[in-house]
Design a binder for this molecule. Sequence first.
Ligand code: PAF
Length: 287
Amino acid sequence: MTELLGTRAELAAWLASTAGTRAVVLTMGALHAGHEALMRAARAEVGESGTVLTTIFVNPAQFGPHEDFAEYPRTLEADLARCVANGIDAVFAPDVLEVYPPDEEITEYEPGPLANELEGAARPGHFAGVLKVVSRLLQLTEADVTFFGEKDYQQLTLVRRLMRMEPRLADCRVVAVPIMRAPDGLALSSRNRYLSEEQRTQALAIPETIALVRQLCADGLTAEQAAHVGRGFLRTSPGVTLDYVVVRSVGLGTAPAVGEARVLVAARVGHTRLLDNGPVIIKGHEA
Ligand code: PAF
């Protein structure tokens, strides 16, 4: 049975009534197959003797003043059905005052320079807002292990940093879950629902860019050369407005000359901003 918990008091009572390892999947709702992959990974991790809790909370702290907080899809009934279908033990779906009570001081984090690059450059304050809610919710839910999709790779990287920064989360592990893709290659995202049929097709240039950059890195181009070609490809793709194509180290520092790295892409299709990324191996020039 899936319990629906709306308040911290209900959450605390439920936590007190359960035992075993607790896996927590944090979401903003609008659940899709990508979230279900996180839920399945959570169950696989803790088994039947553990518990899996999903949070559904659209976090105002991570939306800028001109962003889509009000329009962000809220589909609680459908979300709950997905949680039930995935054998989730409890869903914590609080309102804003439960998470951020005005009489409590909620810890804010300084996520460091990476928070101002890539997604952070376009969305000032976004990652500080993400870290604030992630820390808050993982503490409230007493998580032993939590699951983050590689789809939001920069978020995953900064959450890993949060875990090193916040001693109250020292006992909580982060598990990364690979990107889920539609059969045609588009990474699953809540925002895909905003795309028209034509835009949905145009958006395929994004995973194609990932594949192109991966191939060029494997062929011996440097990270910057491969990213440069990727930018050119995306820039000339119809209906797509390039934001960035970069190749970075796996920790999102400067890319190495040789070895494992990550390609990250952001682009707009119509008014919808889409993200994608993937692993690459930089072969480097033969000596
Ligand atoms: O990735 C998301 O959906 C959100 O950023 C998260 C981690 C649930 C925090 O609100």
